[in-house]
Design a protein around this ligand. Structure first.
Ligand code: FAD
Length: 410
């Protein structure tokens, strides 16, 4: 029996969100079915304004993720696709490598679990190294040992997004900037999307929509008639930047050994493709979903968090970490002290305030952090409900995964 051809992706597809994931999905649809009519709605006046343009820029190799999980599988596939795309498009990507530095014996023991996962995930070249080899790689970094991942690299994900958008538009996509989706009405025959823009309100009908709304993904899901859970908790990540004359303190990425109870990777030292070196990010609950400083407070956003039972269940479990992270946010000395544990020569005067980003982290109704990528596919509506790090790294593979699922009618 010949294998049946995949069902065509439907004719008119709406994509909500102009971060790396929405743009990658729009491009992937047109790559496979050039006759599809694709329209992407982005509420800001440029692409990659939120998480995609405000992150560490690390192309994660896939060290930490549970083997077989979406994160593990799509990260590994995504790395290959991203490397190929950057090569083809002449986008600067630097394979500067990464060390996960153990400060004591307990952390060194945890490296064994990480290397097992990394090897199960097929990450090339990972090795545990001793303090001498660590010093050869990173002369200013101290630790009792480290895990070295030579293939981990850095890139500018906003630049990648713009190049993906050029492909999508070149293949016929329409990208509507400054269009905020305010209504999503699925029926048995179509999905009607309403968007507000400076020019007024517009309505368009699609056969299918894919929602990649980042920090707004739970609100957009509810708008489309999906469950309110998981809710999004906005965790701000603040960075400092090394002064130019101190950038030589590191050669590559320097990370702590992650705390397995916590989803974030801890304050790390991150060179960027433009030569800047960042220290961060921490993780503090943001008082506005898109509030990049302490001064930006949205009362409705705060009330929404305070009303969510999931938040209080989460807070009961993690209040100690929350207080520690807030301390680091309010005190530069405490923030820098965390990085100085790895880079002893780092002084408080070596840094200036840097950028900040906000992670869209989904919380289940029991207060548990959703660890894996979560994609909900219901008839005509595909919703990306949890796409934290390494989703930028995995973006091209997530797009493949979503479009294949649509083609297979799942
Ligand atoms: C501090 C930080 C560090 C990180 N570091 C890394 C890293 O090193 N490597 C890595 O792989 N990942 C990293 N990540 C994660 C990565 O940035 C995200 O997983 C990825 O950018 C998610 O892309 P997205 O397109 O889903 O979201 P976003 O980039 O947030 O895009 C969502 C878009 O939807 C738009 N939107 C929302 N609501 C509407 C609406 N109603 N109508 C129209 N448009 C709407 C928004 O304006 C936004 O542009 C980091 C994230 C943060 C915050």
């Amino acid at each position: 029996m010949p294998t049946p051809l995949p069902q065509p992706v439907t004719d008119r597809v709406g994509v909500v969100g102009g971060g790396i994931l929405g743009v990658a999905v729009a491009r992937e649809i047109l790559k496979r079915r050039p006759d599809t009519d694709v329209t992407l709605f982005e509420k800001e006046d440029r692409l990659a304004s939120h998480q995609t343009g405000r992150n560490s820029g690390v192309v994660h190799a896939g060290l930490y993720y549970e083997p077989g999980s979406n994160k593990a599988v799509l990260c590994r596939r995504g790395v290959g696709l991203l490397e190929e795309f950057c090569e083809q498009r002449g986008i600067r990507r630097i394979a500067c490598g990464k060390v996960l530095v153990a400060l004591d014996e307990a952390e060194r023991a945890r490296l064994n679990n990480i290397i097992e996962r990394a090897q199960a995930n097929g990450v090339p070249g990972v090795r545990i190294i001793g303090p001498d080899e660590l010093r050869e790689l990173e002369p200013h970094v101290r630790g009792v040992g480290a895990l070295h991942s030579p293939s981990t690299s850095i890139v500018n994900f906003a630049e990648v997004t713009r190049a993906l958008a050029e492909d999508a538009v070149g293949d016929g996509a329409t990208i509507l900037l400054g269009h905020q989706v305010v209504g999503i009405r699925p029926s048995s025959t179509e999905v009607v999307v309403t968007a507000d823009s400076a020019g007024g309100s517009t309505e368009a009908a699609f056969d299918r929509i894919v929602v990649c709304g980042g920090l707004q993904s739970d609100r957009l899901a509810e708008l489309a008639g999906d469950d309110p859970d998981p809710v999004i908790m906005p965790f701000r990540g603040e960075y400092y930047a090394l002064k130019p004359e101190r950038r030589s303190l590191v050669n590559g990425l320097v990370y702590p050994v992650p705390d397995p109870r916590y989803p974030f990777l801890g304050v790390h030292v991150t060179p960027r493709v433009d030569g800047e070196v960042l220290i961060g990010p921490n993780a503090v609950l943001a008082l506005a979903r898109e509030g990049y400083t302490w001064g930006k407070i949205s009362i409705p956003d705060v009330v929404e968090v305070a009303r969510a039972p999931a938040f209080w269940r989460f807070a009961r479990r993690h209040w100690r970490t929350g207080i520690r992270e807030m301390g680091g946010s309010l005190s530069k000395r405490r923030f820098i002290a965390a990085a100085r544990a790895y880079v002893p020569e780092l002084g408080d005067d070596d840094v200036v305030p840097g950028v900040a980003g906000i992670r869209a982290q989904a919380l289940d109704s029991d207060g548990g952090l959703v660890d894996d990528f979560r994609i909900s596919i219901r008839e005509r509506v595909v919703l990306l409900r949890n796409a934290p790090s390494p989703a930028a790294t995995s973006s091209l593979a997530i797009a493949e995964h979503i479009v294949t699922a649509i083609e297979n009618g799942r």
